[in-house]
Write a protein that binds this ligand. Structure first.
Ligand code: HCA
Ligand code: CU
Length: 475
């Protein structure tokens, strides 16, 4: 399925610049907007004027914020393996790990080696790949798991233990004293092996705040590298996230990782807010796959962070590799890339209404906060519909090399609108109207008459290569 976005893209759109993947180039012709864009004043470094940061909303920052200094813990190979459709064989895991490394994530998180014999072997195999990214594994807060984990060759271990009333009652049945004791034991053991360690509480937002803060303080004191907050059930909203992370920031000195489930659609917003409040690491998975409907998608989270600090994101991550890793994972778990996926969705850079098209052709930043070319994607203007405008039609005529005055273009646009009121028109339909106008005007035919236009269009559609040169009767 790898390229569903291109296979199903209707041929009524024109590409407007940016580097298209090869298969797109074949069916869409570029419209050069460089002259229009080059008339824009240079904005230097002033973000408000669109200099180095032409895409962002006006930015405020405070001393806690890590929006411009965050790390990604990519959990496709752990949380993602908990997605209903996921089964990753060794070869697929290695491909995904390499693709994530190529994209430049800071860490990849792998399923616990205690989960199964093959999981352990796969963990060892990935550790041996010599990736730039750190390889960490995710275990229960238990010495048996910790002993297996430290033998695999991982750079780090993520430990989690449930602290909510639900989990203490219905899952492991342990009290806070026991949980704290186990956490300290595991942390000290993993650290003694020279391996990085994180301690996280499962279902943090339904845990008692005093319990949370006291266990985080204890593990911070024994030298944990990171503490983690997990919204296991997707219940938190951004304001609650801000409050909890900010409070936590004031009681621990170590790094703070955040893990948000997307049950109510807040996962990316929560991750962003956590960074604003001082979190340092965010968990993602490709396409957001995970338990139930998953966690922040790598692509969506990256889009969010690019909108906040394009320079940081562009310098740190290989954005053009996003599409490939998404296609790889989509194939592996047999899902389509959602049509409205940030960045790579079928219509992520398609502009439709005439007013939008006009401004996009003059300066794409008017209606785009993400530059498609930064992600190796293309921008499209959809023109064969009733909302179309003459500026977009004019740009298509120029692309076809057809010289028409603005009035002639406006007349052609009206014809397209009449036809599009019956049904959406393909790019070929739009092109036919423009060719008919061009030829008729050259031949002195009065195309304002419906009958003349209809006859010429019919002739063009039947024999596009044979110009209708004889003057047609005008009535
Ligand atoms: C789970 C565990 C976890 C762990 C998150 C973390 C969660 O599958 O329930 O280690 O930070 O969502 O709580 O994914
Ligand atoms: Cu989770």
């Amino acid at each position: 399925m790898t390229d569903d976005c291109c296979q199903t893209r209707p041929s009524k759109m024109q590409k407007v610049n940016g580097d298209a993947p090869e298969e797109v180039k074949e069916s869409h012709v570029a419209v050069d907007t460089s002259s229009a864009v080059s008339t824009q004043p240079s904005h230097g470094d002033n973000p408000a004027l669109g200099g180095t940061q032409p895409f962002a909303a006006s930015r405020y920052s405070d001393f806690l914020s890590n929006v411009s200094n965050f790390k990604i813990i990519e959990s496709t190979l752990r949380e993602g393996e908990q997605f209903a459709n996921a089964f990753f064989d060794t070869e697929t895991k290695i491909k995904i790990a390499k693709a994530l490394d190529d994209f430049g994530v800071d860490c990849i998180e792998l399923t616990s080696p205690a989960a199964s014999e093959q999981s352990r072997k796969d963990c060892e195999a990935i550790c041996k790949l010599g990736l730039k990214t750190k390889v960490i594994t995710h275990i229960r807060c238990h010495m048996d798991d910790a002993r297996i984990a430290v033998e695999t060759g991982v750079d780090g271990v993520d430990v989690v233990m449930g602290t909510s009333k639900f989990l203490r009652e219905y899952s492991h049945g342990k009290d806070m004293t026991y949980i704290t004791k186990s956490a300290v034991e595991v942390i000290e053991f993993v650290k003694s092996k020279g391996i990085e360690i994180r301690f996280s509480t499962e279902d943090s937002f339904r845990s008692d705040l005093v319990d949370l803060l006291s266990i985080y303080q204890v593990v911070d004191k024994v030298g944990v590298n990171r503490v983690g907050i997990a919204d296991t059930v997707g219940v938190a909203n951004p304001r609650q996230v801000y409050d909890l992370v900010r409070t936590l920031r004031s009681v621990v000195g170590c790094d703070i990782e955040c893990h948000f489930h997307n049950d109510t659609g807040c996962a990316i917003a929560n991750a962003y807010t956590a960074l604003e409040a001082g979190a340092t690491h965010v968990d993602t998975s490709v396409l957001g796959i995970g338990e139930r409907n998953g966690i922040p998608s790598l692509g969506g989270f990256i889009a969010r962070m690019y909108a906040a600090d394009r320079e940081y994101v562009m310098n740190k991550y290989n954005l053009k590799a996003l599409r490939e890793v998404e296609n790889l994972v989509a194939d592996a778990v047999q899902v389509q890339i959602p049509f409205n996926n940030p960045v790579t969705g079928y219509c992520a850079f398609t502009h439709k209404a005439g007013i939008h098209a006009k401004a996009i052709l003059a300066n794409p930043s008017t209606y785009e906060i993400l530059k498609p070319e930064d992600f190796g994607m293309s921008r499209y203007v959809s023109i064969g519909h009733r909302l179309t405008g003459w500026n977009a039609v004019k740009s298509r005529a120029q692309q076809l090399g057809l010289e028409l005055t603005d009035d002639q273009i406006k007349a052609a646009t009206n014809r397209i609108k009449v036809m599009a009121d019956i049904k959406d028109q393909t790019m070929e339909d739009v092109d036919a109207v423009l060719h008919v106008f061009y030829r008729a005007i050259k031949n002195g035919q009065d195309i304002s008459h419906d009958k003349v236009f209809d006859r010429l269009l019919e002739h063009y559609n039947a024999t596009p290569d044979v110009p209708a040169i004889e003057a047609e009767p005008t009535a």
